[in-house]
Design a protein around this ligand. Structure first.
Ligand SMILES: Cc1cc2nc3c(=O)[nH]c(=O)nc-3n(C[C@H](O)[C@H](O)[C@H](O)COP(=O)(O)OP(=O)(O)OC[C@H]3O[C@@H](n4cnc5c(N)ncnc54)[C@H](O)[C@@H]3O)c2cc1C
Length: 456
């Protein structure tokens, strides 16, 4: 066997698996295969000037390359079992938190020192939220910011490239089980290894499905989160974001009893588009450096849709809704909350007249033509509920960008080591359907690396 371990995907899961392997067993021969570019070559062509919207690159620099989907993320590192994945169901709550804290320390040693750790513990907002039928989830969140997050990745790469073989722009086509290990096939080349860690994230979700089919690894899939990204003046949420940075607030709607939640809050940040398998959806980020901050705060409002038998294609459902917005708006649609409530589309002049400047160039339109009624009703109810704890949320000029979809990879059957039914084949990070965040994905990488280091 040429390699002791091959890692597929250089997102946080893959990076921390490689890092921990080198910490525990520097003698092992490890390779990382990544479909996207090296960090210094990752560049999204949208410059807001010549290129204003997504041009659908073959490999999306936002989602792929060293650092994975997390490279240009806000670097909100949440240390919690309350959201961000269900890693604790496999490895236990205590261990999951320990691993998340361990990765946090590594990030601090690689450029993240001095960044702030916010916590909801003892926050007065918990009471204020409950009094208004809203529920603030518990978490500690380290805000690295897009800029520091990038520096941490640069430093981790500098450490790893001396010890591990990296193959960029090398998408893996398939994985074959052979005697004593695995064959990893990239174009005409076949690479052999004793252990294989698959960490392909959300961008690798379709590929993951084929691998599971080929290797007969059982999967289940039944969830997709659909909603909008809200953008409003930073002052509206400043009392919450200054103390907590990110508040994950959950609301149960009166009308249908559905749960709506805030997600990925970016104080003084920017709204961005995201290309997942050719479908343009919306996301957001923010910088730690005050010079790069904006006057707006953005966050997602999402409704979780769980499907029951016989329907299995929850991601397909989310994609169809995103495609509708892409069809009507050529990409992301933006609408003023006031226009939505009045049942009229937003136009370029209505957006221009608003007392808020959008941070993203989206097409003014009508989200009620895109989002299913039940989801839209839930979002509107939640906006009015949030208005009670952050007055101004339900203002006419509050901007809603759509659609935001959180695709969940189907959940792959793995054991407590995150090992599939094939010995030595591990499936981790967002690609496993178990994690949905930087912290859980990174922690899953450390977990499998320790298992392999002990076993070999
Ligand atoms: C804009 C944005 C902002 C975000 N902000 C936050 C945040 O603030 N906090 C947070 O916790 N989470 C955030 N997230 C989510 C977070 O980035 C992911 O949860 C995390 O990156 C998952 O890590 P991963 O290693 O599992 O997968 P990924 O980071 O998706 O990495 C997977 C890698 O595998 C590669 N790959 C895929 N298929 C193949 C193949 N066949 N062969 C070779 N390589 C392949 C991909 O190119 C990719 O680089 C954000 C995501 C986005 C897109």
């Amino acid at each position: 066997m040429k390699y002791d371990v091959i890692i597929i995907g250089a997102g946080p899961g893959g990076i921390f698996a490689a890092y921990e392997l080198m910490q525990k067993r520097a003698d092992l021969k490890v390779a990382v295969f990544e479909a996207g570019n090296a960090l210094n070559k990752r560049r999204c062509p949208i410059d807001g000037d010549k290129v204003k919207s997504c041009v659908r690159c073959k490999s999306c620099s936002i989602m792929s390359g060293f650092g994975g989907a997390g490279a240009f993320s806000d670097g909100k590192y949440n240390i919690t079992n309350d959201f961000g994945g269900t890693l604790y169901e496999y490895i236990g709550k205590k261990k999951a938190l320990e691993l998340m804290r361990y990765v946090d320390e590594i990030n601090l040693r690689h450029g993240g020192e001095g960044t702030k750790l916010y916590t909801t513990a003892g926050s007065r907002f918990k009471t204020i939220c409950i009094q208004n039928d809203l529920h603030l989830l518990d978490a500690s969140v380290r805000h690295l910011g897009t800029d520091i997050n990038f520096i941490v990745l640069e430093n981790l790469y500098a450490y790893l490239k001396e010890r591990v073989d990296f193959f960029f722009n090398t998408p893996v086509q398939s994985v074959r089980c052979v005697d004593g290990g695995y064959e990893v096939i990239c174009g005409d080349e076949v690479h052999e290894c004793r252990n294989c860690i698959v960490s392909v994230g959300r961008s690798g979700s379709k590929w993951m499905e084929t691998v599971c089919r080929d290797l007969e690894i059982p999967t289940k899939s039944n969830r997709v989160d659909i909603g909008v990204r809200v953008e409003l003046p930073a002052a509206v949420f400043a009392h919450l974001t200054d103390e907590l940075y990110e508040s994950k607030i959950v609301y149960r709607t009166e009308k249908y009893g559905d749960r709506v939640r805030t997600f990925c809050m970016n104080p003084r940040g920017a709204v961005v588009s995201e290309n997942t398998n050719g479908i343009i959806t919306v996301n957001g980020h923010s910088y730690e450096d005050p010079a790069r901050q904006t006057e707006n705060t953005n966050f997602a409002l999402l409704v979780a849709k769980h499907f029951s038998e016989p329907f299995k294609d929850s991601n397909g459902y989310g994609e169809s809704i995103a495609r509708l917005s892409n069809m009507l708006g050529g990409g992301v649609i933006v609408q003023r909350f006031g226009d939505l409530i009045r049942g009229r589309r937003s136009t370029a002049s209505r957006i221009e007249e608003a007392f808020i400047t959008p941070t993203m160039n989206a097409t003014p339109g009508d989200l009620s033509l895109v989002l299913p009624k039940r989801i839209l009703d839930g979002i509107i109810e939640m906006i009015y509920a949030l208005d009670k704890v952050a007055p101004g949320t339900a203002n006419e000029d509050t901007l809603l960008y759509g659609v935001e979809v959180k695709f969940y990879n189907m959940e792959v059957e793995v054991n407590e080591k995150l090992e599939s039914r094939h010995e030595g084949l591990y499936i981790i990070g967002d690609g496993s359907g178990i994690t949905h965040s930087l912290s859980h994905a990174s922690a899953s990488g450390v977990h499998v690396a320790r298992d392999i280091a002990e076993r070999i």
